[in-house]
Design a protein around this ligand. Structure first.
Ligand SMILES: N[C@@H](CCC(=O)N[C@@H](CS)C(=O)NCC(=O)O)C(=O)O
Length: 305
């Protein structure tokens, strides 16, 4: 058992990025399902103010954002190319673009009656209204420009055209998948598997590559309750901090860390670790004791409190 818990919900594309990575890595993992929008009080006990999904947890260590979750999966499964930092600069630039601009274009262009039916089947009308209101507010406070309905589709089609050219081997950048494959996969999964939009079928290389990605499945998933996940945090101590994570002027200080793009809610705590890729905050969380919350440096900002 890997000990990894993924806090997620079924229709989340970024959660699908991690679920399919877990499938590829063949790890046994535990899943906690949360609502599609805050408040998520059980998750907040672990991650503090951070509001996005997915979040991963191993005991009393909590991992926010797929960039740090992927590094944990890479280490657990001994598949180094799943960690973004081990990929080439070209792949890193590709991931930055597809996980932000292309993602939003796909969300805007991927909607369909089929998707609305699925949403209606899985959420109450009141929750759908809450969800819509939440996402409108998230868009308003975002620091990145979201594509409008008109500019989204040309962007998606240009991306699909690029994908057709990229796929020369089984995977985007070689014969085995890397972080870039999973980043490209989740937004197109939203269009093909959730939205069931047919225009994507005009791109045969992309469809064949998506089928190879989908074939990884989700691995060995065990569903547990949020309370059982909190119990695992309560019973554990955070991992020791490596000595080379202590070279930062803010170590030992109270800081606040938040995404700099959208969903910019902050988590506060004492900075206890800093590497070129990540920050680690210590938070006191009531009867859970101390939890360590890990954030990537890319796409996040830290400030002293
Ligand atoms: N950069 C983040 C993006 C995560 C993200 O945007 N997740 C979406 C769901 S797919 C989200 O959190 N939406 C708001 C919410 O669910 O509350 C990552 O890589 O994990």
């Amino acid at each position: 058992m890997s000990g990894l818990i993924l806090h997620n919900y079924a229709m989340s594309p970024f959660a699908e990025k991690m679920r399919s990575m877990l499938g590829y890595s063949q790890l046994e993992w535990q899943s906690v399902t949360h609502r599609e929008m805050p408040p998520r009080p059980m998750l907040a006990r672990l991650a503090g103010g951070y509001r996005k999904i997915p979040v991963a947890q191993i005991g009393a260590d909590v991992f926010c954002d797929t960039r740090v979750i992927a590094s944990e999966i890479a280490a657990l499964s001994n598949k180094p190319l799943l960690a973004l930092e081990n990929c080439s600069p070209d792949v890193q630039a590709f991931v930055k673009e597809v996980d932000l601009e292309v993602f939003f274009a796909c969300i805007m262009a991927g909607g369909s009656k089929r998707l609305r039916d699925k949403v209606r089947q899985s959420m109450s009308l009141l929750d759908i209204a809450r969800f819509a209101w939440d996402r409108i507010n998230m868009g308003r406070t975002a620091k990145v420009k979201m594509p409008g309905p008109r500019s989204a589709m040309p962007k998606v089609l240009a991306h699909l055209q690029r994908m057709e050219g990229l796929i020369k081997q089984d995977f985007l950048f070689g014969t085995e998948p890397c972080h870039g494959d999973f980043s490209a996969y989740h937004s197109l999964w939203f269009i093909r598997d959730l939205g069931e939009r047919s225009f994507i079928n005009d791109y045969p290389n992309t469809i064949a590559w998506m089928d190879r990605m989908k074939a990884f499945g989700h691995g060995k998933r065990i569903d547990i309750s949020a309370e059982a996940a909190l119990e695992q945090a309560r019973a554990a101590q955070p991992r020791p901090i490596q000595a080379d994570y202590l070279q930062d002027a803010l170590i030992g200080k109270q800081v606040s860390i938040a995404p700099s793009d959208y969903g910019r809610d902050a988590t506060t705590g004492k900075l206890v670790g800093s590497s070129p890729q990540r920050w680690i905050l210590a938070r006191e969380s009531g009867d859970l004791g101390t939890v360590h919350v890990h954030f990537p440096k890319q796409g996040f900002a830290v400030s002293a409190v």
